[in-house]
Design a protein around this ligand. Structure first.
Ligand code: ADP
Ligand code: 5GP
Length: 217
């Protein structure tokens, strides 16, 4: 007997890190690894970066539109980050987890805290990604080549604020070697899926073992 994915409620898998530590890169790799994972496409009021696709990387919305979603109760969590609003639309997440799909979030510590403290807290797996060093974090932000120097400076200034919340997470990984970090993330997700609470059909199996056992005597 192997419990089917649809037998259980999906997990909310949260990745957070200071900007540039590598969480988007890791999230993309996880999405390629497991096609049943659903990425939670956030809404944001920031402008798209080159190559970012509306509806895939983010829903790029105006501030009034963003406020409307929040007022309607359609955001699972939301936060003000680097001068812009970001939030996770609730309907898509609820539909996915109800059908047993795990949802992957790339959100900051404020969003992670709000989800952990919500009714969905027990279904949450949170992982914080640390950079190997601060100069390497800066190097990655520069090498990404998507922000001007003023934005990079702003992100660097805010990085300690994000890092200081590292100990509120279930797991903390230092993203030095990318392949190694990816492997560790996969191991964590696989282990979480094997937890007792994630396998509701196990009790049926144990009942069946019990009746087979009783038939022996
Ligand atoms: P974040 O989503 O946390 O802001 P990104 O995933 O955009 O960060 O990564 C920032 C830059 O660092 C990207 O250019 C990415 O290719 C690079 N990067 C990510 N992880 C590593 C790593 N382990 N080693 C070297 N470069 C990395
Ligand atoms: P970026 O502008 O680099 O894409 O994201 C900036 C920061 O906002 C990152 O730390 C990212 O994880 C966070 N972020 C992205 N989407 C959300 C969201 O929906 N909610 C929250 N709370 N943070 C988000």
């Amino acid at each position: 007997m192997s419990p089917q994915k649809s037998d259980r409620r999906g997990l909310l898998i949260i990745l957070s890190s200071p900007s540039g530590a590598g969480k988007s890169t890791l999230a993309k790799r996880l999405m390629q690894w497991d096609e049943t994972l659903q990425f939670s496409v956030s809404a944001t009021t920031r402008a798209p970066r080159e190559g970012e696709v509306n509806g895939k990387d983010y829903f790029f919305v105006s501030e009034p539109e963003f406020r409307k979603w929040v007022a309607a109760g359609d955001m699972l969590e939301h936060a003000h980050v680097f001068g812009n609003f970001y939030g996770s639309p609730k309907p898509a997440v609820e539909a996915a987890i109800e059908s047993g799909r795990d949802v992957l979030f790339d959100i900051d510590w404020q969003g992670a805290q709000q989800i952990r403290n919500s009714a969905l807290g027990p279904y949450t797996l949170s992982i914080f990604i640390l950079p190997p060093s601060i100069p390497e974090l800066h190097r990655r932000l520069v090498s990404r080549g998507q922000d001007d120097s003023e934005t990079i400076a702003k992100r660097m200034q805010k990085s300690w604020d994000e890092i200081s919340h590292w100990d509120g997470y279930d797991y903390v990984l230092v993203n030095d070697d990318l392949d190694e970090t990816e492997q560790k993330l996969k191991t964590i997700i696989q282990a979480e899926r094997l937890k007792f609470a994630q396998q509701p059909r196990l009790s049926d199996h144990v009942r069946s073992l019990q009746s087979q056992f009783e038939d022996l005597s």
